[in-house]
Design a protein. Structure first.
Length: 145
């Protein structure tokens, strides 16, 4: 019964986004922690690859008439050990720069990536909270939303 209620909402998709952004935050924080490590190479998860695979799973679920059910967990979508190159042209060229200690970690770039990741996480969390409020109002037949 609960599975049917949850699968009819965006909750499973939001759960995937929250797991992905949480895991990506740990990787980006590790990049900052290793800022002064000689020879360290930046690690990251591919946001476009995650979005592409999540979109494919949603399309497959729609074809099976399951709005959001049975989506694989984030570790199945993207392996945590899989490093990805930066996505846009400018960042790709900046990440290929090596500093005097043979590392390619840029503090400014890592902080910008963490901020973007945090905004995505906060947005998904806000939508999830609103989904639960709507479900609670519907279950309790409450007018408060």
């Amino acid at each position: 019964m609960l599975q049917q209620i949850f699968s009819g909402t965006t909750i499973p998709v939001l759960e995937q986004v929250l797991r992905f952004t949480e895991h990506r935050h740990h990787i980006l924080a590790g990049n900052i922690a290793n800022l002064d490590t000689p020879g360290y190479r930046v690690r990251d998860l591919s946001v476009p690859k995650f979005q592409e695979q999540l979109r494919a799973q949603l399309e497959a679920a729609r074809r099976r008439k399951l709005p959001g059910a049975l989506l694989p967990s984030v570790p199945q979508i993207i392996s945590p050990q899989e490093p990805a190159l930066p996505m846009d042209w400018g960042a790709e060229h900046l990440s290929s720069l090596l500093y005097h200690d043979d590392s390619n970690v840029s503090l400014e770039r890592q902080i910008a990536q963490i901020v973007k990741n945090q905004l995505q996480h906060n947005l998904a969390l806000s939508i999830l909270v609103n989904q639960f409020r709507l479900l609670r109002a519907a279950i309790g037949e409450s007018a408060e939303v």
